[in-house]
Design a protein around this ligand. Structure first.
Ligand SMILES: [Zn+2]
Length: 56
């Protein structure tokens, strides 16, 4: 059994490479494991994007 435990439960996500974009502040993308919107905090460290856009 391969050791590939999704770390989403620990707020450690893995982006879909082809879906990563630069939003002017940091890299954002979609987690390939849970499908949530994520934001790169630093190299190899992706967290849930907690920035809510409330302009509407
Ligand atoms: Zn995830």
């Amino acid at each position: 059994m391969a050791i590939s435990i999704p770390l989403c439960f620990a707020n450690r996500h893995d982006p879909v490479r082809s879906d990563v974009t630069w939003d002017g502040i940091s890299y954002v993308g979609t987690c390939k494991n849970c499908g949530m919107q994520i934001r790169r905090k630093k190299r190899h460290l992706w967290k849930l994007d907690d920035h809510k856009k409330s302009d509407g």
